[in-house]
Write a protein that binds this ligand. Structure first.
Ligand code: HEC
Length: 89
């Protein structure tokens, strides 16, 4: 009887760890994406894809914050996109 409950506890622990590690998978995938990728996937959802050369670095910093809000991006995603926009100038 005692052994059975120990085995059950271990199985529940393994199951919990599996679920937890799986639920982290999508955020890991986002973390691996480059600014250019995130730009291509997100900034075309509502309007034409803006070219990095359309605005200067100062303007991109402001636009980036504005669009972070509009596009519901995480801070990390927005930072990567803004860095990409700036680097292409
Ligand atoms: C949820 C919809 C949405 C997404 C996603 C979105 N935008 Fe926008 N964007 C807008 C709207 C609406 C406007 C115009 C009104 C405003 O400025 O709020 C706009 C305006 C702009 C402008 C100004 C255009 C001009 O000629 O003045 C730029 C630049 C821009 N977005 C860049 C981006 C970038 C870069 C991204 C990706 C990070 C992005 N947008 C993602 C909705 C969106």
């Amino acid at each position: 009887m005692k052994n059975k409950s120990i085995i059950t506890s271990i199985l529940i622990a393994i199951l919990t760890l599996t679920v937890l590690s799986q639920s982290c998978a999508p955020s890991k995938m986002i973390a691996q994406k480059s600014g250019a990728q995130l730009w291509g996937e997100n900034c075309i959802r509502c309007h034409n894809l803006p070219s990095p050369t359309d605005f200067n670095d100062v303007q991109w910093a402001t636009i980036g914050l504005h669009m972070e809000d509009r596009a519901s991006l995480t801070e990390t995603e927005a930072e990567k996109i803004i860095d990409f926009m700036k680097s292409a100038n």
